[in-house]
Design a protein around this ligand. Structure first.
Ligand code: SAM
Length: 229
């Protein structure tokens, strides 16, 4: 991955180092491998050219199909909360740009990522390939069903907010496996939830308030989301 539009004098590398220091370290993120990955993955190569100059800003950015690439801080928090190690097999729901998958790939052993928009999945595959990421497989489909063909996973990370955590996700985890996902409550507010699955029970705790695009699918919100005026 190093060497792709990115050497020590590159303005993007400087912006990325600033992002890690100001947006991540100073906000309390401590997982060394997550910080290293965030310092290495060239986020500017996963965003549309029109917003490349602000790729390392402290915010989500628009990508195609009305979707977003998440704020860097949220990407790092989710991976840290999921307790991902170099041996982890991780399922990501919502590939989007492929950026979070690339960060995950640098921390985990293997990543499976599902995206419902075929165009986004194709662009993400191309960006992952261009940046030298080899241990991510991107599929097109409805991630609310999980991905039984490749289960079990050590962790599942969802980057779109549904009305609940689908039961199929818990069924596709190893004992002690973790789910990190935004959930939209009845009053419309969203919370990032961390769930740990063990001995047939799912223990959920709320990590922080968030704002994600909707999780659309069989066990998510309907398509089109007519409820959003
Ligand atoms: N992880 C992404 C990144 O790094 O760019 C952020 C993705 S964006 C916040 C959420 C993505 O979830 C969108 O691309 C959206 O199309 C996708 N999505 C929504 N519902 C989905 C579903 N049921 N299955 C798979 N992808 C879904």
């Amino acid at each position: 991955m190093p060497g792709v539009g990115d050497d020590a004098t590159d303005e993007y590398a400087v912006a990325r180092a600033g992002m890690v220091e100001h947006q991540l370290r100073r906000r309390g993120l401590r997982d060394r491998r997550v910080l290293e990955a965030m310092g290495r993955v060239p986020r500017h190569l996963f965003v549309p050219e029109a917003v490349r100059h602000v790729a390392y800003d402290d915010r989500p950015l628009p990508i195609a199909d009305g979707q977003t690439i998440s704020q860097p801080y949220i990407v790092a928090v989710m991976i840290e909360l999921a307790g991902v190690t170099s041996r982890s097999r991780v399922l990501e729901i919502g590939t989007g740009s492929g950026y979070a998958a690339a960060v995950l790939a640098a921390v985990a052993g293997e990543v499976v990522s599902i995206e419902r928009h075929p165009g986004l999945a194709a662009a993400a595959r191309a960006a992952l390939e261009a940046t030298g990421v080899r241990n991510v497989a991107v599929f097109v489909g409805d991630g609310t069903r999980g991905f039984p063909d490749r289960a079990p996973f050590d962790a599942i990370i969802a980057t779109a907010a549904g009305p609940r955590i689908p039961s199929s996700w818990a069924e596709q985890l190893v004992q002690g496996g973790r789910i990190v996902a935004p959930v939209e409550r009845d009053d419309g507010h969203q919370e990032l939830v961390r769930a740990v699955v063990s001995a047939g029970t799912v223990r959920e705790e709320v990590a922080l308030p968030v704002a994600f695009v909707p999780l659309i699918g069989a066990d998510g919100f309907p398509d089109p989301p007519a409820r959003r005026a």
